[in-house]
Design a protein around this ligand. Structure first.
Ligand code: NI
Ligand code: MN
Length: 235
């Protein structure tokens, strides 16, 4: 997998850390209560410069407030979700919506918000707060590297548009089944997206997430290489 000078770390579940040109990007922060995140990452996370959330479910944002208030990164999420984060003390939340691209200053990356088919609400005490729609992100680095994080989603036909418009090199796709695509659907997503490298995520964290990379591998179309990470591993 050629990351063009960047590094990619899987912290387990849907949580990824990208280091590029000395800056740190964290997607879907679920760390302190994540059963798959190694201890060394729980206590030694670098200072985050850009924080992205795909939707309001706890397994994608449980550490957003803590990290955002400590490191003061640029945060990006749906406007409704940013509004909730703002009430919880998160500054610098740059709300956006699907189809748009923004380029946070000095980070060397453009962030495009794309569709995802799922649900999104934030559990706030006893209340479930509407957090806007769920989304995915395409990150286009100045190096030319393009990474697509699908968030939580089923497979959908407009993944073909994501391929045609952005041609991501790397696709981070959920394969765990039950709440998202399983291996069969993820293989179809790979056919639509045609990334060079497919990194499976959102599996094995909890017993209900039964999809496995081994089940996905024989279903993949030619030209798409499966790249497996162990939680905590950097490539
Ligand atoms: Ni979810
Ligand atoms: Mn999830």
């Amino acid at each position: 997998m050629d990351l063009k000078g960047a590094t990619l770390t899987w912290l387990g579940h849907a949580t990824f850390l990208i280091e590029n040109a000395g800056k740190h990007i964290l997607i879907d922060p679920f760390i302190t209560q994540n059963p798959k995140t190694p201890e060394k990452w729980k206590s030694n996370l670098p200072k985050i410069d850009l924080l992205l959330c795909t939707h309001g479910h706890g397994d994608h944002m449980a550490d957003a407030i803590g990290i955002a208030t400590k490191d003061q990164p640029v945060a990006i999420a749906m406007p409704e979700f940013c509004g909730w984060l703002g009430k919880k003390g998160v500054k610098n939340c740059a709300g956006m919506n699907k189809g748009g691209t923004q380029r946070p200053e000095g980070l060397g990356v453009a962030v495009t918000m794309v569709d995802a088919r799922h649900s999104s609400g934030v559990q706030d005490g006893e209340n479930m707060i509407y957090a806007g729609e769920p989304c995915g992100y395409v990150l286009t680095f100045d190096s030319g590297l393009k990474i697509y994080h699908a968030g939580d989603t089923c497979v959908f036909g407009d993944m073909a548009i994501i391929r045609e418009l952005y041609s991501p090199d790397i696709a981070l796709l959920p394969i765990g089944d039950h709440y998202t695509m399983g291996p069969n659907e993820a293989a179809y997503a790979a056919k639509l997206l045609q990334p060079k490298w497919l990194v499976p995520m959102h599996f094995g964290t909890f017993p209900v997430l039964t999809g496995t990379p081994a089940a996905l591998k024989p279903l993949l179309p030619s030209g798409v290489e499966l790249v497996e990470f162990q939680p905590g591993e950097t490539k």
